[in-house]
Write a protein that binds this ligand. Structure first.
Ligand code: R5P
Length: 291
């Protein structure tokens, strides 16, 4: 088996290669003056089972197109099979047609990857797990709650409450809370499809310290509303945590202004709050699948 470090995810690819003790196949990548991508595979891959490590975080469409080029060239160069580790998958929040006429972007993306003969996708905390059974190619959804909880455990909370949002968030909160032996709850949230404004409601649970967990922090809108609510309820120490830190625009500033003490994220997306890693989780799964 060979690992290929895609241009979007070189750091985590090297962490995975060191956990697995497997060499990285180098990729030369550059942009032409008109911003088109150039990709060249620098070592032979003929007959190899190859795993590409390439996330789909912003700039999503660039990273997605690089993924297409990588799959296509590796198979063209004679790789026996090509799998993809995409720690963050893009377009998963457009998993259905919310308004008439909308493209179901995530399904379109999966169809294209399947047509390119990609064998399998590994990802972390996919936003739409309900679509996995419908996917034209297998998707392995790894869960980042344990590495997150292990990291939080080192930070000495005093009887904290783990808070999340929505039904899926409740599962996440439960996994983190069970590991920490803490109480947990989830707020209900509603997003205005046109303005993007989020409204959250949370049944009253008293407490002083809170760990807010979400799969994604994008604009920070959901996190900010939760933090404001917790502050009003008297919580004094609040950690804003997530798996995927998109942190779009001024999300960071908004989250700290709302009263968070820290932001803690994983390294599925390169970001300055990536305090814990999912590299070992991914490595263990790849080892299981590739002996
Ligand atoms: C929603 O279903 C997700 O779990 C996140 O809460 C959401 O994607 C966060 O987005 P934003 O940061 O823009 O509120």
């Amino acid at each position: 088996m060979k690992l290929v470090a895609g241009p979007a995810s070189r750091d985590i690819a090297y962490k995975i290669s060191s956990h697995m003790n497997v060499d990285i196949v180098e990729v030369e990548h550059k942009f032409f003056p008109d911003s088109e991508n150039y990709i060249r595979i620098k070592q032979p891959v003929k007959g190899e089972d190859v795993v590409i490590i390439q996330g789909m975080h912003p700039p999503q469409d660039t990273h997605i197109f690089q993924t297409f080029l990588l799959i296509d060239v590796l198979l063209d160069l004679g790789a026996n099979s090509v799998e993809l580790v995409s720690p963050y998958l893009a377009y998963t929040r457009q998993d259905k047609r919310f308004l008439d006429g909308e493209a179901v972007s995530f399904k379109a993306l999966l169809n294209i990857l399947d047509k390119l003969s990609l064998k399998k996708i590994y990802t972390v905390n996919i936003h739409c797990p309900w679509l996995i059974p419908e996917s034209p190619l297998p998707i392995v959804d790894l869960r980042g709650e344990k590495p997150l909880a292990q990291y939080i455990q080192q930070h000495h909370f005093n009887n904290p409450i783990v808070v999340s949002v929505g039904k899926k968030g409740l599962d996440m909160a439960k996994m983190v809370a069970e590991y920490l032996n803490a109480q947990y709850t989830a707020a209900q949230s509603e997003r205005d499809r046109v303005t993007g404004q989020v409204r959250v409601e949370l049944d009253g649970i008293p407490g002083v310290e809170a760990i807010v967990v979400d799969d994604i922090i994008s604009t920070g809108g959901t996190m900010v509303e939760l933090i404001k609510l917790l502050k009003k309820r008297g919580f004094k120490k609040i950690y804003a945590t997530c798996i995927h830190a998109l942190l779009v625009g001024n999300a960071v500033e908004k989250i700290f202004n709302a009263g968070a003490d820290r932001i803690i994220a994983s390294d599925t997306i390169p970001n300055k709050f990536a305090e814990y890693s999912v590299a070992q989780l991914i490595s263990e799964e790849l080892k299981k699948n590739h002996g």
